[in-house]
Design a protein around this ligand. Structure first.
Ligand code: UD1
Length: 361
């Protein structure tokens, strides 16, 4: 069996890591297409190096652009990649423009497509990621969903027959890396002189928070008003939008409680989260990582796809402003009951991905 994985953005490299390892362990011919959606070394290369992922077989070099231009450039280039590698399966990950392009290109060439992280929904159609998820799920032949909630969403859309619950591959990699860095110091504590459990870790990059200047200003003001240090790991999109909107983002500087720091490599992020008192974010990945590390999370969004984190009391959804400031210093919630403690699987989701593809090859 030959599988062609299509990835392009930071969270996809994290998901790819355990899947690539599981394919190699099973002796499967796994090839990787990198669309080039993310190209900064700290958003791309460090993940391949740190997580031991094989180098991409194809690099499309598409880069940034409007949704149409970026997705269109990927689509045009994908056809050739699929035709020259002739896979039995094309595997797409998550909800980015790279996911959509990989799925559309494969389905039109009549190559079976599997969607990993299928079935997640925010039910907010103004998010580009929501459109990407829905279209990809309906185009794909096999829907590999992380949770029972994801399977329910797919069933409600008439897609139950194509659905397999495999668990969450980000949990696989998180548990491995957590054990690797458990005794390592927190890079942000060391670099910024912070105390154990005395800081929050923040990431903000979603279009819904960065593209409206007033909303972005309010997010930054709120982070600067929290009653303890907040380390904001500045994604390039955040830095670009702050510059465009004329907002003060003190790169590697301080503003109130806000300390700005460049993005971290994955093991450094996990080590820094392990020693934090909280996370403030609009990232799907960090919401779940915080939950798995039992760090209270404050999510700056009206909805989340990872509803279990909220239901179990470890994540709260807030608007920027006083609610964000208050939520960031709330006390730790109770530990989940043992039968509710593992909604994202047992850390062996990638193995089930391999089995699901092999059974249907
Ligand atoms: C993309 C995904 C988002 C995911 C995020 C993870 C879509 C629609 N969005 O958002 O779901 O959560 O990745 O990071 O696919 N830029 C750089 N260097 C890079 C990449 C981007 O400077 O290597 C800057 C550019 O100004 C670019 C902007 O970030 O225009 C946005 O990048 P893009 O890849 O289009 O989307 P993300 O915001 O990263």
């Amino acid at each position: 069996m030959r599988v062609l994985s299509v990835v392009g953005a930071r969270p996809q490299f994290v998901k790819l890591a355990p899947v690539d390892a599981a394919f190699r362990a099973a002796g499967i011919d796994h090839r990787i297409v990198h669309t080039g959606q993310h190209y900064d070394p700290m958003l791309s290369d460090v993940f391949f190096t740190d997580l031991g992922i094989a180098s991409p077989d194809v690099h499309l070099g598409v880069g940034s652009g409007t949704h149409g231009r970026q997705t269109g450039a990927m689509l045009a280039a994908m056809d050739e990649a699929i035709e020259s590698h002739r896979p039995d399966w094309v595997l797409v990950y998550g909800d980015t423009n790279s996911t959509l392009a990989g799925a559309l290109s494969a389905v039109k060439l009549h190559v079976p497509v599997a969607h990993l992280e299928a079935g997640l929904r925010s039910f907010n159609r103004s998010m580009p990621e929501e459109v990407n998820r829905v279209v990809t799920d309906h185009a794909a032949d096999l829907l590999l969903t992380p949770t029972a909630v994801g399977a329910d969403h797919l069933a409600a859309e008439g897609l139950a027959e194509r659905t397999v619950v495999v668990g969450d591959v980000m949990t696989d990699v998180l548990l491995q890396v957590r054990d690797r860095v458990a005794d390592a110091p927190s890079p942000v504590m060391t670099r910024l002189g912070l105390e154990e459990g005395g800081y929050s870790l923040a990431t903000i990059h979603r279009a819904e928070n960065t593209d409206d200047p007033e909303r972005l200003a309010s997010v930054l003001d709120s982070l600067a008003s929290v009653d303890h240090p907040v380390v904001l790991l500045a994604h390039p999109r955040l830095a670009a939008r702050c510059a465009a909107h004329g907002l003060d983002l003190p790169v590697q500087g301080v503003r109130g409680s806000l300390l700005v720091h460049p993005p971290l490599a994955y093991p450094d992020l996990i080590a820094s989260a392990l020693h934090a008192r909280g996370a403030v974010t609009d990232s799907g990945g960090l919401q779940k990582e915080a939950f798995l590390l039992r760090v209270p999370c404050t999510t700056v969004r009206p909805q989340t796809e990872w509803v279990e984190t909220v239901e179990l009391g470890w994540n709260v959804l807030v608007e920027p402003g006083p609610d964000l400031v208050a939520a960031a210093s709330r006390p730790r919630p109770a530990e989940p009951l043992p039968d509710q403690a593992h909604p994202y699987g047992d850390g062996h989701a990638a193995q089930r991905v391999v089995e699901a593809l092999l059974e249907r090859a």
